[in-house]
Ligand binder design. Sequence first.
Ligand code: TRP
Length: 450
Amino acid sequence: MQHHSHTRATLGGKLSAVLVATGSSVGLGNIWRFPYVAGDNGGGAFLVIYILCVILMGLPLMIAEFSVGRASHLNAVGAYRALDRRWSFLGYNGVLAAFLILGFYFVVSGWTAEYMVHSVTGSLAQYTTAAEYESVFTNFISNPWRPILYTVLFALATHFVIALGVQKGIERSAKMLMPLLFVVLIALSIHSLLMPGGGEGLRFFFQPDFSKVTPSTVLVALGQAFFSLSIGIGTMVTYASYFKPETNLRHTALNVTILDTLVAVLAGVVIFPAVFSVGIEPSSGPSLVFITLPSIFNGMPLSMVWSTVFFLLLVVAALTSTISLHEVITAYLHEEWHMSRRAAAWTTTAATTLLGAVASLSVGVWSGWKPFGLTLFDLLDYVTANILLPVGGFFTCIFVGWKLDQQVLKDQITNNGTLKFRIYRLFILLLRYFCPLVMLMLFLDNLGVF
Ligand code: TRP
């Protein structure tokens, strides 16, 4: 493991660790997936459960993944293997999950790119009703080649950032564009709050109705929390392997978690008032934001400018996330298979683009093909968020909580004793007992054991 570490890149300034990790976390998971999953699962009660999952399970796991990554200075597979041979399967789970996530993530990213282009040309502004926007969306995703074209373009954009290398590519893009996203989201949420009938949407989003909650709601919330925070599959292991020794891991994790949750909640505040104002079903699934957002922009002065800027930022948020997923596979191929970084990156791009193209067709011309009752697109989403991420998270807790030398963990979190961590005992308690037990019960319940 030593011979890799001295040639590996590290991240620069103080903010960089927070920025790149936030870049990975904040993405379509917050703005596209969170609102539709929350809408599908009853709104307010889901939000409460989601936030509990983030604080009690997401945060400890992110600190755990950071520790594994910086302790080993290796890719996800190499990191677990270096710490304990028998646990390299956790790394493989990560590489596989990253591949499957990219398979549908590139497709949705492509949709956002297409919407950006249509905003610039003004063609998105020519419709008025939500029903019209719904058919625009359906027509677009069922076109056999246009979505694939955008998927390919998006994969290539990711590829070129990766090819620029860790520092220049990943760090710079996150640094410039993340702050801008916040500003635009805040402006849009103010606009949404002022829409007629918006109050009902706010009630839906913030007023918990626990009568709709089932154990599967909790699993969905957990999966969404892991998806949104980019944890469970070694992405944060890979990123933390580039962190500097001085980086404060728990501050970094806390900041990333707060920012990520803030963006998700803001996205909800933008989406739900508008959903009720223009009369869309909050449970309409993956199309939700693609129907709602253009309807929001329509009612705004300078609508073209707003929608262009917003979709541009969405493209960028998606890009900083696809980069992190791509990096997991690229770093693995580069370090474990001894490919050059270039060849590793191209292999990753080619394989994920191919999967993305099939996933894109699966919601269009091939929508009759439904393995396990779902389109390939939905299947990739379902399997990763509800199975691979929680399973990865479960074993990460077991590994870091029980198997990893506790001194290694302590040294990472306290930077060899130079930082205090007052709630270390609570942290270990969550990691050892609470998280694995809750996850185990959720699994057993979903398998129908209880
Ligand atoms: N968190 C990103 C989002 O919300 C997606 C993502 C990037 C991801 N890397 C990940 C999800 C690793 C799970 C695991 O859009």
